[in-house]
Design a protein around this ligand. Structure first.
Ligand SMILES: [Zn+2]
Length: 182
């Protein structure tokens, strides 16, 4: 039983780490993915001086990414003595990852819900030629003709976009439920 429970905790840790890697990739790109993956796998202090070279990215780019991760509270700075030299070390804030993830997910969820409410409650008109969208007031002002190209405006059908938003919201809510955050 105890063993089984430990296994579950490890699974949970792995799921959170994977989610953090995805989040960082989305926010800062593929080089940031390399950096965070390396830091997670190393399970110790990573030296700033050699990180870029080890991962095949420019050292100033590596430094910039480390700074971003530190701002997100995902890693912390550590001065380390190694072979008579002082190095700039970085270490994963493993116990912070869950909190970082939850707060990011909640922020995204809020944005999606605001967007959904807007899509559900706003009448928009769309130009079939240039794709510009106009509010009801604007469409009335323009006699339901696009002021750019004169094409007659159609009422914009938000159902597809509403469907996509609802699916995303459901996914994030399921993630938050998994993390015990809602
Ligand atoms: Zn137009």
């Amino acid at each position: 039983m105890a063993k089984k429970k430990q296994g579950r905790i490890r699974d949970r840790e792995k799921i959170i780490e994977d989610a953090i890697v995805e989040l960082i990739t989305k926010m800062y790109g593929p080089n940031a993915r390399k950096v965070i993956t390396h830091i997670i796998r190393s399970r110790g202090v990573v030296a700033e001086e050699t990180l870029g070279k080890e991962l095949g990215i420019k050292s100033n780019e590596a430094r910039r990414i480390l700074q971003k991760l530190a701002e997100e509270a995902i890693i912390s700075y550590r001065k380390v003595r190694r072979d008579d030299r002082t190095i700039h070390g970085w270490i994963l804030n493993r116990e912070q990852l869950e909190g970082v993830l939850i707060s990011r997910l909640k922020k995204t969820l809020d944005k999606l819900k605001t967007r959904l409410e807007y899509e559900e409650n706003t009448i928009l008109y769309e130009c079939p030629v240039c794709g510009r969208r106009y509010s009801l007031d604007e469409a009335m002002d323009y006699d339901y003709m696009c002021p750019i190209d004169g094409a007659p405006l159609n009422e914009y059908d938000p159902s597809e976009s509403i469907k996509v938003l609802k699916e995303k919201i459901k996914e994030i809510e399921a993630d938050l439920a998994f993390l015990g955050a809602i």
